[in-house]
Design a protein around this ligand. Sequence first.
Ligand SMILES: Nc1ncnc2c1ncn2[C@@H]1O[C@H](COP(=O)(O)OP(=O)(O)O)[C@@H](O)[C@H]1O
Ligand SMILES: [Mg+2]
Length: 334
Amino acid sequence: MAEKEFGAIQTADPEMKRVLKLAENVAASRATVLIHGESGTGKELLARFIHAKSQRAGRRLVAVNCAAVPDGLLESELFGFEKGAFTGAASSKPGKFEMASESTFLLDEISEMPLLLQAKLLRVIQEGEVERLGARQPVKVNVRLVATTNRDLAQMVRAGQFREDLYYRLNVLPLRVPPLARRPRDIELLARFFLEVSSGANGRRVNGLSGEAMSKLLAWSWPGNVRELENVIERSVLLAEGETIRDDEVLISGFPGSAWGRPEAGEEDGFPRLSIAPGMTLGEAERRLILETLEYTRQNRTRAAKLLGISIRTLRNKLHEYNGTGNLASAEAE
Ligand SMILES: Nc1ncnc2c1ncn2[C@@H]1O[C@H](COP(=O)(O)OP(=O)(O)O)[C@@H](O)[C@H]1O
Ligand SMILES: [Mg+2]
């Protein structure tokens, strides 16, 4: 059941398979796992896989993304607080650590944890108990910790930005997820996988990629890794005119130029260039993007809304606003 909560890890890459095997082997133990890898490589998915393969799978994995929680809130988010612990603490609240007891606690992007909290975290790990802010008594917790990082923690230790003792505590079982560019078989497999998922989800009959389109995918450096590929494929599915995606329907931001670098200003990458600059209102920038996207989809509002990530209704309202007229005559949907 717990395994159904997240998608299965798709891979055809030998190194990735080895990592999965390792992950499966360590899943059963209570040992802390540290997952290294670039952003978007599938670290969180791997963490959930470990949880699903562990004896704790019956319980819900609890996750905190250290980069997503503002610094000032991270401490109470992790450790919880008692009523009256600080202004605004009207009632007491358990921290995520406590909530993860008997289960797995995923500390995502642990490199972003401030040094002071690192010290506190180390104590929790060593003593197996947490103290809510303002509490007199610590509570015992039984947590299996999985942490992820897209930064080089050893390097951060040398630079004095990460506690060495905590690093060794975390790095008991290091797993390294290779970047997508070093997994060519996965580029092919995942492209086909996301194509199937995306065409199903968007109700579009797209069932393959042309040879040129696949070559383009294989030539790219994928700085955003699997997450980027997922987005590129979804965009292609939305733009595809036929059942097979052509290479000109594969839009990759930054492609080509040098395949390993960023594009120069004004360089052609398949995207129309938008003129947006500081001094412009958000509203104006939004208006330009919306109109440019419509241009791109040849006024197909259904596709434009999907690309923009808004509902067709919102899109219609915006256009209504821009026109001031309520001219809704142009192509509505398919
Ligand atoms: N091997 C894979 N098979 C299927 N989906 C994957 C795979 N790797 C990553 N993904 C998907 O790519 C996206 C990014 O993965 P995620 O685990 O959040 O990466 P990270 O935590 O390293 O940034 C998610 O939508 C995830 O489901
Ligand atoms: Mg992540």
